[in-house]
Design a protein around this ligand. Structure first.
Ligand code: ADE
Length: 248
């Protein structure tokens, strides 16, 4: 069972976010467990302070090492062994699917959510194994970012999804980056007609349709992924077709 802990000013923000769908069912089935450690509970003064003015001056406040130290000790005791400590910050390396796969192998993931101007760098240097960002934008705290990373990890745990194969063909399944998913259409009656490549039911035609749609979507939305991918001859030919069709 994967243990997930969160050290945060407001761990309750995440408490129920993961009670639903795949992550909720996985928790009910005992694939993972969760514990939030609210930093205010680990303050050691009457005002329950968790932050202080930045030593370099400037606006805002910085989370202090003391409450974080004590919260981390409590998280370690809860699980019984040292965790992999992941700090959520816009200053981190962008999260990728291979990174998520690595995290999902750990026995205990401890997420640390920043607030205010950040966390004392001495604490980060001494305790953090990975600094992760969700993207080039700034959230008001790391709690919701932690929930996103936990969700991405849990769905990879064996038994979390109904069909274990269903993570193999999705966007970013490939370690080189892969490409985006093809568009999905619900098989219903009486709706608008399906795209041409899907309506005949011929397996090889549908396979080619899927591949071309995935490549076309990636070509339009994420050309950076295509530039990194190792393409087969068929894939190259399809991209030429897509480029020609886009000019028509
Ligand atoms: N905390 C604040 N902004 C963030 C971001 N973009 N990614 C991860 N954690 C954050």
């Amino acid at each position: 069972m994967l243990s997930v802990s969160l050290l945060a000013a407001f761990p309750d923000l995440v408490e129920h976010a993961l009670d639903y769908g795949v992550t909720g069912r996985a928790r009910e089935r005992g694939l993972w467990r969760w514990r939030g450690f609210g930093l205010h509970e680990f303050a050691n003064d009457a005002r329950k302070s968790i932050d202080a003015r930045p030593a370099a001056g400037g606006p805002g406040m910085v989370l202090m090492a003391g409450p974080l130290d004590r919260a981390l000790t409590a998280a370690r005791e809860w699980h019984g062994a040292a965790p992999t400590v992941v700090f959520l910050s816009p200053d981190g390396a962008p999260l990728t699917q291979p990174r998520v796969r690595d995290f999902a192998q750990a026995p205990h993931l401890c997420f640390v959510a920043g607030r205010y101007e950040g966390i004392d760098q001495r604490w980060i240097d001494g305790n953090v194994d990975a600094v992760v960002s969700l993207g080039d934008y700034v959230l008001s705290g790391g709690e919701l970012a932690a929930a996103v990373v936990v969700d991405a990890c849990i769905r990879l745990l064996p038994g979390a999804l109904g069909d274990n194969e269903s993570t193999a063909f999705e966007s970013f399944a490939d370690d080189q980056g892969g490409w985006l998913d093809w568009p999905q259409y619900a098989l219903t009656v009486g709706d608008e007609p399906l795209p041409l490549g899907l309506s005949g039911g011929d397996h090889s035609v549908i396979q080619r349709w899927r591949l071309k749609q995935a490549l076309a979507r990636t070509w339009r939305r994420r050309p950076d992924l295509l530039a990194r991918a190792k393409l087969s001859l068929e894939e190259r030919a399809l991209i030429d077709e897509i480029a020609l069709e886009s000019k028509a």
